[in-house]
Design a protein around this ligand. Sequence first.
Ligand SMILES: [Ca+2]
Ligand SMILES: [Ca+2]
Ligand SMILES: [Ca+2]
Length: 170
Amino acid sequence: MRSLWIVLAFVTEYLVTFSVEASCPNLFVHHNASCYLFVNRGMSWQRAQQHCHSLGAHLATVTTSEENAFLVGYLKQQQAIFFGYDLWLGASDSLLDKTWRWVADDNSLVTYSDWSPGQPDGSYQGLERCLEYEAQYDLHWNDDECEDHDFFICERPFNPPTPPLLPHVG
Ligand SMILES: [Ca+2]
Ligand SMILES: [Ca+2]
Ligand SMILES: [Ca+2]
């Protein structure tokens, strides 16, 4: 009897763990292999990145036109909250050499892009070094000053659930 209770306790704990891992964290939105959090609080690019890190995430890396279309579509769908606001994404030109890299994903080069015409322009004496969705450019990409206070998007991997292996009883 005692061993049966131990097995039941094990199964219960396994199922609880399983159900937690099978979803995105609270308030994150699931899409393909990622979970996204759309944050409607303005902060500098660095502070936004720290905020994402505190949630086990990073500023969003937008690496395909499909991913970009999903994020922009979501923001337009939620325009009561996001209309008129710029949002930070996770790339910067930190070396001031016009080389844009995603700060997550091992600093991979930005290959896919959706720059607004004339951007990135590194204006204000080259101080525009952080990537954002620019509201004035209909959410196409812009480089802006990293100290600006923008809303932002965090991203973390969605771990697809694997079916639990139930312990063999008997
Ligand atoms: Ca991504
Ligand atoms: Ca801006
Ligand atoms: Ca710019």
